[in-house]
Design a protein around this ligand. Structure first.
Ligand code: ASP
Length: 608
């Protein structure tokens, strides 16, 4: 028999009762988390998002009530009315916040029953993820998920409050719009009123936020959903949330300051006091020292040890003197077994452009002087692992040979990035030995933030055989590189920056082009004809002509920030209703086919 709530009011949440409440009446509402039947005594743990309280039903004092409680099963929703009692020292449960008290039941209302769930929120062994996603409402009742959602809430509020306190306005921009320029595929929404026409869901509010600067809202932010139809890599979602902001008249440093401020606020609510300003490094340096544009600073940088070898040495190693010889050092790995050493070569991904020397002992025997110099240059201790990556073959002539600066040539770049990837693979493989990825509650060790600056403006797109925007086409080139736009696009640096944490890109942004003449030049450099530029971005080019202030901004991924702070291992752990790697929502079963009638109304025919 189910009961009604009637005018019964909850007096406490299930995690709230303390010793000071002993003797008080309490009304708790929540789910049956667990029952233990000891014959005359029946214990029920009642649960809500704040925690658990133990309720006691005693056959001797109230046989009828005890009998009713006997009907309770897992996940029934109940109201328990009773008196709070301090527990005996022997029975105190230190694992829960209410462990020093219990509720002696006087009345029970069964507000709803539950089918036996496919798994229980209190289970210690998790079911497979498909099951969790299909029954997401049960999964979200789990303590860990409740904690993640709460943390996400706190972080979001902290960021909002910080930005608002700095004079930023939160302004909404449309979801039904036209294609935006982040380089992924669009999700399209068909128009019924204009058959054959489509809205695109925004890949980001990029153009709207720039237009807000033209509109006089000189500091904008939005915690906003973005939609990108990409082939999903493990750690991506088709819809995700960005902390998006834009401001008028900023130097890049001003944007960084604002981001550092809101990250500090976000990390603070998660219990970590991070220091600002963050370290800064140019893209060139990042490539040379870490072989990556998102360096993980928790392990030592790489070093170019080409100079340690004589030209003869290099010749006998069949290594080009024109290319870097990169030493990777992973601390505290100790002596490797033969098998472990043999596993290193296959870790190198270099498309034939680089090769690896994994047996440093052997190098040491053949080239003792060079090896000593390498040890010294890379700052290696006796038990550190040193692996060398060197260029393979001759540096070829290449269209983007002079990318960024003459030193970082295309082939150099290939050697550095191959070394950078190998560094990360080795770092993962030997994580237990170097221990650098383990948190030790010192924010300066646990969270290595970094601004990577001065990205190249263009990337050579092999497939399309053309220059493509490395960030997006509204990014401003460096003032000093403006005259090279046509003559030497590879050498043009952008006023673009990324915020990086422990080898993960948290977000990227840039100072924008605010002049229509320069915007046209960039479109031209990107191989876009006037007509194409006009048909895609005509409205925007026109807006630029009506007094556009200099402006810039950035967007950071909220999901990723929460994931890091929750110490979760997937974005799906911090998004209440995520999609699978095949972009499916298993709970609502989306996407699905729609009815003929719906399609007809939209003027759409689906090819089978
Ligand atoms: N719209 C850019 C992005 O989503 C960020 C920015 O440039 O502000 O990556």
């Amino acid at each position: 028999m189910l009961d009604f709530l009637g005018d019964l009011r909850r007096t406490h949440t299930c995690g709230a009762l303390r010793v000071a409440d002993a003797g008080k009446k309490a009304v708790l509402m929540g789910w049956v988390n667990r029952r233990r039947d000891l014959g005359n005594l029946l214990f029920i743990d009642i649960r809500d998002r704040t925690g658990l309280t133990q309720i006691v039903f005693d056959r001797e004092t109230n046989p009828q009530l005890h009998e009713k409680a006997g009907e309770l099963r897992n996940e029934y929703v109940i109201a328990a009315i009773g008196t709070v009692k301090k527990r005996d020292a022997k029975t105190v449960n230190k694992n829960i916040s209410t462990g020093e008290v219990e509720l002696i039941a006087e009345e029970l209302r069964i507000l709803n029953e539950s089918k036996q769930p496919p798994f229980l929120p209190g289970d210690t062994v998790l079911p497979n993820e498909e099951m969790r996603l299909k029954y997401r409402y049960i999964d979200l009742r789990r303590e860990a998920m409740q904690r993640n959602v709460e943390l996400r809430h706190k972080i979001t509020i902290a960021i909002r409050e910080y930005l608002s306190s700095q004079g930023f306005f939160e302004i909404e921009t449309p979801f039904m719009t036209r294609s935006t320029p982040e380089g992924a595929r669009d999700y399209l929404v068909p128009s019924r009123v204009q058959p054959g026409s489509f809205y695109a869901l925004p890949q980001s509010p990029q153009l709207f936020k720039q237009i807000l600067m033209i509109s006089g809202f000189d500091q904008y932010f939005q915690i906003v959903r973005c939609f990108r139809d990409e082939d999903l890599r493990a750690d991506r979602q088709p819809e995700f949330t960005q902390i998006d902001l834009e401001m008028s008249y900023p130097q890049p440093e001003r944007v960084w300051e604002v981001v550092e401020g809101f990250l500090q606020a976000a990390f603070h609510v998660a219990g970590h006091e991070i220091k600002t300003p963050f370290l800064r490094m140019t893209y060139d340096e990042a490539i040379r020292l870490y072989g990556s544009d998102k360096p993980d600073l928790r392990l030592p940088a790489m070093s170019d040890v080409r100079d340690a070898f004589t030209p003869q040495n290099l010749q006998s190693l069949a290594v080009s003197a024109k290319l870097p010889v990169v030493a990777i050092r992973i601390p505290k790995v100790g002596e490797l077994s033969r098998k472990e050493r043999d596993e290193i070569k296959p870790m190198l991904v270099a498309k034939g452009k680089a090769k690896v020397f994994e047996d440093f002992k052997r190098l040491e025997k053949t080239f003792p002087e060079a090896a000593a110099k390498i040890r010294q240059k890379s700052g290696a201790e006796a038990d550190d692992l040193i692996v060398l990556v060197a260029g393979n073959g001759k540096p070829e002539e290449h269209k983007s040979e002079s990318v960024v600066t003459p030193e970082v040539k295309q082939h150099d770049h290939a050697v550095y990035t191959a070394a950078g990837l190998l560094r990360l693979t080795l770092a993962q493989t030997y994580a237990d030995r170097h221990g650098a990825f383990k948190r030790n509650d010192d924010p300066a060790h646990d969270f290595r933030f970094l601004w990577v600056t001065d990205f190249p403006m263009f990337e050579w797109d092999e497939e399309g055989q053309r220059w493509a925007a490395a960030h997006h086409p509204f990014t401003s080139p460096h003032e000093h590189d403006m005259d090279r736009l046509e003559s030497d696009p590879a050498a043009v640096r952008a006023l673009a920056y990324d915020c990086v944490l422990n080898g993960t890109e948290l977000g990227s942004g840039s100072i924008r082009i605010h002049r229509q003449d320069i915007q046209r030049k960039i479109f031209h450099a990107l191989g876009m004809t006037e007509e194409e530029a006009h048909s895609r971005f005509g409205f925007f080019l026109e807006a630029l002509e009506y007094g556009t202030p200099p402006h810039g901004g950035i967007a950071l991924g909220l999901d990723r920030i929460v994931m890091i702070l929750a110490e979760a291992d997937s974005l799906r752990e911090v998004i209440p209703f995520p999609k699978t790697a095949r972009a499916v929502d298993l709970m609502v079963d989306a996407p699905t086919p729609v009815s003929e009638a719906q399609l007809k109304e939209l003027g759409i025919q689906v090819k089978k």
